[in-house]
Design a protein around this ligand. Structure first.
Ligand code: NAD
Ligand code: TYD
Length: 349
């Protein structure tokens, strides 16, 4: 069936994998990628599909309510997959307002534009909001986040994402707008901006720079390969039940320090360095303020109801990720030039 689909944040890390999957898999869909191209957005991520006949890129900022509204009127979107966001916890600690503007106000602008266009006729329409497990707060040593877990966000980033999740559900409840929300654990894979743990550490190991481990390094995250997240988004968009929430995770919990050791070992092998050489770069640094101790997702609902599960093991995914960064030095050089250096010095000096 022909559809026009808006994907926001498609030039970013996860968004670019979602755009690629939809453009290649659904030639009948017209895919419009809307992205403001902030520091995290990079059209080099989509070189392979930029000339596809069913793909259009639009540079726009979701905080521009008028611009967003007129795009909805122009393209008459049937569906929205909303990924555009400020996404890095450390940056949210330095500048919360950027997160409130984009994540809260930007989401409200998209909801309002969808409501205006669809005008109560919701046949074949869907607003799909991509969120994070961080909205549930921090766990102790045991337990898992379920879809029914109460929200308890602890950082400006997670609070802004929680607010946007609430808005989406409120529009569903108040205006009957068809929606789904997914809350996913930490992603890793190719094209991730090197401010997040795994690509930052790959880049630093390669350049023999210190590996800044926050606090005692015993913080725990669940890690999912980004291509598997894109597959989950495809599954939920097409088969998810309207009004539902699905948690997405990798069934793959790691303490940061243990993950970093595996990364160091793989990097030593791939770079032909002596065993243990990269681990010597590990440097414990001042902790992140308000650092959430543990995230752990129970992803059994999407597994049991929609038949999705991760397809790639962590060791395979990590190996592919390292290979990609080592083979794409030019990409890394582009994204780490200019403002990145200033960010890095401010964050880690
Ligand atoms: P990212 O930072 O790599 O990409 C975000 C994209 O949004 C960039 O292309 C950026 O240019 C764009 N953007 C930012 N502000 C914008 C604005 N005002 N208007 C238009 N575009 C704007 O982020 P990501 O890691 O790909 O995350 C994508 C989504 O997935 C986010 O909503 C994030 O909260 C969610 N998420 C991420 C993870 C993760 O581990 N990375 C996990 C769960 C959920
Ligand atoms: P990050 O990739 O920023 O994702 P999030 O905070 O959204 O989970 O961080 C993952 C974990 O790694 C988190 O516990 C913080 C830690 N971390 C470090 O120890 N050092 C670093 O330089 C970074 C960026 C993260």
């Amino acid at each position: 069936m022909k559809k026009t689909l808006l994907i926001t944040g498609g030039a970013g890390f996860i968004g670019s994998h979602v755009v690629r999957l939809f453009v290649n898999k659904y030639p009948d869909y017209q895919i419009v990628n809307l992205d403001a191209l902030t520091y995290a957005g990079n059209l080099e991520n989509l070189k392979d599909i930029e000339n596809a006949p069913n793909y259009t890129f639009v540079k726009e900022d979701i905080t521009n309510a008028e611009g967003i509204s007129s795009l909805f009127q122009q393209y008459k979107f049937d569906g929205v997959i909303h990924l555009a966001a400020e996404s890095h916890v450390d940056r949210s600690i330095v500048d919360p307002n950027a997160f409130i503007n984009t994540n809260v106000m930007g989401t409200a602008n998209l909801l309002n534009a969808a409501r205006e266009l669809w005008n109560g006729d919701y046949e074949g329409k869907l607003f799909y909001h991509i969120s994070t497990d961080e909205v549930y707060g921090s766990l102790g040593d045991t337990g898992f986040f379920l879809e029914t877990t109460s929200y308890d966000p602890q950082s400006p980033y997670s609070a802004s994402k929680a607010a946007s999740d609430h808005l989406v559900r409120a529009y569903g409840n108040t205006y009957n707008m068809p929606f789904v929300v997914t809350n996913c654990s930490n992603n890793y894979g190719q094209n991730q901006f090197p401010e997040k743990l795994i690509p930052l550490f790959i880049n630093n190991i390669r350049n023999k720079k210190p590996l800044p481990v926050y606090g005692d390094g015993k913080y725990t995250r669940d890690w999912l390969y980004v291509v598997d997240h894109a597959r989950a988004i495809d599954t939920v968009y097409h088969n998810g039940k309207q009004g539902e929430t699905y948690n997405i995770g990798g069934f793959n919990e790691w303490q940061n320090i243990e993950l970093i050791k595996v990364l160091c070992t793989q990097m030593d092998e791939k770079l032909g360095r002596q065993e243990g050489e990269s681990a010597e770069l590990i440097t414990y640094v001042k902790d992140r303020p308000g650092h959430d101790r543990r995230y752990a997702i129970d992803a059994n609902k999407i597994k049991n109801e929609l038949g999705w599960e991760p397809s790639v093991t962590f060791e395979e995914g990590l190996s592919k990720t390292i290979d990609w960064y080592l083979e794409n030095q030019e990409w890394l050089d582009h994204v780490t030039s200019g403002d990145y250096q200033k960010y890095y010095e401010k964050q880690y000096s």
